[in-house]
Design a protein around this ligand. Structure first.
Ligand code: B12
Length: 217
């Protein structure tokens, strides 16, 4: 295996095993060897957290182990996030995206990656964080008048909050001229269509393409 492949495998293992104290060092080592930040995310960290999730759903991992894996991933992301954002592709602003994870849902890793890549692509991103109430999305949409609202949901039980937010935006007269995109592991194109979202994206790279299309860039 190449050095690069070995470093990515090492990072994947660190996330699977939740070795928080090694995560920052291994991430910096990979960067030092010239591995691109996005490649570290996509080929090292994401496969690692997905394997941890698979072990959790099989019952091989309990919550503390999943939490340790998530922390190892977030420690690496703290190093990578500014680098992902700094890669400004566009000089002029493509639009304003209001981003958040829906109410009842604290998963934030994927949303943060989406936010970083949108910013790198030239969008202004206002990240409301996780567990964002329907009313908060609506109030912020009224206040900030973004071009796009992006909602993340990782739990099948919280996906319905995406729908409720879209309904609330319409009820408040804020839906016209505002694009809505949805995402998160359980979210599909069919779901997006069903709830009246403008589009969905499977991953952060696709989210950038979708957002650009939604603003006609
Ligand atoms: C990490 C993790 C956690 C961490 C979250 C840490 C954090 N700050 O985010 C912790 C340990 C805290 C956690 C907690 C829980 N979790 Co959890 N978690 C995961 C795990 C392993 C990975 C999620 C992740 O970060 N993936 C990596 C990122 C990069 O991928 P992503 O989130 O899918 O995001 C990408 C795309 O979806 C897309 N995207 C994401 N958001 C958006 C938004 C927009 C607008 C767009 C366009 C695109 C987009 O782009 C992203 C980047 O490419 C998943 C399993 C899995 N494979 O998904 C379970 C999983 C989601 N969790 C699960 C569960 C059950 C829980 C808990 C309820 C456990 C418990 N008993 O307490 C709690 C939930 C608490 C709550 N109320 O939210 C289940 C959900 C099952 C279900 N059917 O709903 C899963 C599927 C695990 C499983 N297999 O059982 N979890």
């Amino acid at each position: 295996m190449s050095d690069k492949g070995a470093l990515l495998e090492k990072l994947k293992g660190i996330v699977i095993d939740g070795i928080i104290e090694d995560s920052e060092g291994a991430t910096k080592e990979a960067l030092g060897q010239g591995v691109e930040p996005l490649e570290i995310v996509e080929k090292g960290l994401v496969p690692g957290i997905e394997e941890a999730g698979a072990r959790f759903s099989r019952g091989d991992y309990f919550l503390p182990e999943l939490v340790a894996s998530a922390e190892a991933m977030q420690t690496a992301m703290a190093v990578l996030d500014p680098l992902l954002r700094a890669k400004q592709e566009a000089r002029k602003t493509l639009g304003h995206v209001l981003l958040g994870t829906v109410e009842g849902d604290i998963h934030s890793i994927g949303k943060n990656i989406v936010g970083a890549l949108l910013q790198a692509a030239g969008f202004v991103v206002t990240d409301l964080g996780a567990n964002v109430a329907v009313g908060t999305f609506v109030a912020k949409a009224r206040e900030l008048r973004p071009n796009i609202i992006g909602m993340s949901a990782l739990l099948t039980t919280t996906m319905v909050k995406q729908q409720q937010t879209i309904e609330a935006l319409a009820k408040e007269g804020l839906r016209s001229g505002l694009k809505v995109m949805v995402g998160g592991a359980p979210v599909t194109g069919d779901w997006a269509k069903k709830i009246g979202a403008d589009d969905f994206a499977e991953d952060a790279v696709a989210a950038v393409a979708v957002a650009k299309r939604l603003v006609g860039a």
